[in-house]
Design a protein around this ligand. Structure first.
Ligand code: FAD
Length: 367
């Protein structure tokens, strides 16, 4: 039997950040991931400046051999409507490729890595977790993303009722001919909101890589919505006509629809496993990193005693950091949907709303 101080399931941004913070505090950490890295993750790859600070990222080192596209503004509108450009004339965000980003963070974490190996079993005896019948640890951190088996176990009773965002996306390297027929400016990603107010689509260009996707809070008929969206992008010559048709699907839970249980004896959930994506934008890389750092602080202070009560500072810190989950019963929820839709159609056609509300308040808040 292998022993370690902490076993982290999942080597995405949440898992690698927690691993690094715990290694720095002297803990013996293993990260277990079912995927062999580098692995891809369905994601537009948009990150905000606080992510760089939280990660203490050596940007010069990172960008030397990896994609790191500065974003100086956005084009925003509704699907089928006009796009309004807001240019900040300085980098306000960046675009990375998840296959590169996640691998870089995991390799620099300093943890022992068991990759290409899924979590098969986890049982608890005498304050110790036994994982896959080969590892024993007092602390199990669930960082397995939306499908994290530890999160599922902790929230068994409430799982059926969880509303979520379902998304489909493709990222591919354009040939020179495709790049010539792509009218998306790498500095200005494009955001297209659904007229029924259930989500948004995007085109993010990272030099010659193009990422196109659509996420909706209503998962019904997602493939048809994606097909119509892509069709419009092609007709308006925004993306190449031979953009690959095979989109990959994934899901995540917004902080508004949050999973109630994030701790148990000897257990913490971080990142998507804890349901922390930003309620308006779906930004989840930053919340994954923030929650990992908060969890690591709690673990270090707990000094080996991982009873549930010792881990509550983590949930208190999450509430302080992310605020109370937004009430579904605010005044806006009571306005009839067709009035909201009509109002949104007008607002999305204005420079003020797309810049001051969509970008400054939602997408770039606190950047
Ligand atoms: C289509 C789409 C676009 C998005 N775009 C953005 C964006 O542009 N910017 C942004 O900030 N956020 C975006 N997000 C959200 C963001 O991708 C996630 O919030 C983020 O990846 C969460 O990180 P994580 O470390 O919690 O989980 P993940 O990155 O999902 O990592 C989880 C890891 O756990 C491993 N794992 C899962 N199950 C097991 C198991 N049983 N055993 C072992 N290992 C396991 C997986 O292999 C994976 O490596 C997007 C999400 C989607 C779906």
């Amino acid at each position: 039997m292998i022993r370690c101080d902490a076993l982290i399931v999942g080597g995405g941004p949440a898992g690698s950040t927690a691993a690094r913070a715990l290694r720095r505090a002297g803990l013996d950490v293993i990260v277990l991931d079912k995927a062999a890295f580098p692995r891809d993750k369905t994601c537009a790859g948009w990150i905000t400046p606080p992510v760089l600070d939280l990660l203490e990222l050596d940007v010069d080192d990172y960008r030397r051999t990896r994609e790191f596209q500065p974003i100086t503004g956005f084009r925003v509108g509704q699907i089928g409507g006009p796009l309004i450009e807001s240019n900040y004339n300085r980098p306000v965000s960046f675009a990375i490729r998840r296959c590169e980003f996640d691998n870089y963070l995991l390799q620099r974490s300093g943890a022992k890595l068991q990759l290409g190996e899924p979590l098969r079993t986890f049982e608890r005896h005498d304050n110790l977790w036994r994982i896959n019948n080969e590892i024993e640890t007092p602390l199990l951190i669930g960082a397995g993303g939306h499908f994290c088996p530890i999160a599922r176990k902790l929230n068994e009773s409430s799982e059926a009722a969880q509303p979520l965002v379902a998304a489909q996306e493709v990222e591919f390297e354009m040939s020179p001919a495709q790049a010539a027929r792509c009218n998306v400016d790498p500095n200005l990603p494009e955001l297209f909101f659904c007229p029924d107010l259930t989500g948004y689509g995007w085109c993010v260009r990272k030099h010659n890589h193009l990422n196109v996707g659509l996420g909706r809070e209503d998962p019904r008929a997602l493939s048809q919505h994606v097909a119509r969206f892509v069709d419009q992008l092609k007709k308006s010559s925004r993306i190449p006509p031979d953009t690959p048709a095979k989109f990959h699907g994934h899901a995540y839970i917004l902080y508004t629809h949050t999973r109630p249980q994030r701790i148990a004896d000897g257990t913490l959930l971080i990142g998507d496993a804890a349901g922390l994506a930003h309620p308006r934008t779906g930004e989840g890389i930053r919340t994954a990193i923030e929650s990992a750092l908060l969890a690591a602080q709690t673990v270090i202070s707990a000094d080996g005693n991982y009873a549930r009560a010792q881990l509550t500072p983590y949930t208190t810190a999450l509430a302080k950091n992310f605020g109370p989950p937004e009430s579904q019963n605010n005044w806006f929820a009571h306005i009839p949907l067709r009035i909201k839709q009509a109002l949104a159609a007008r607002l999305f056609a204005t420079r003020w709303f797309t810049r001051k509300v969509v970008l400054d308040r939602w997408f770039l808040a606190a950047s």
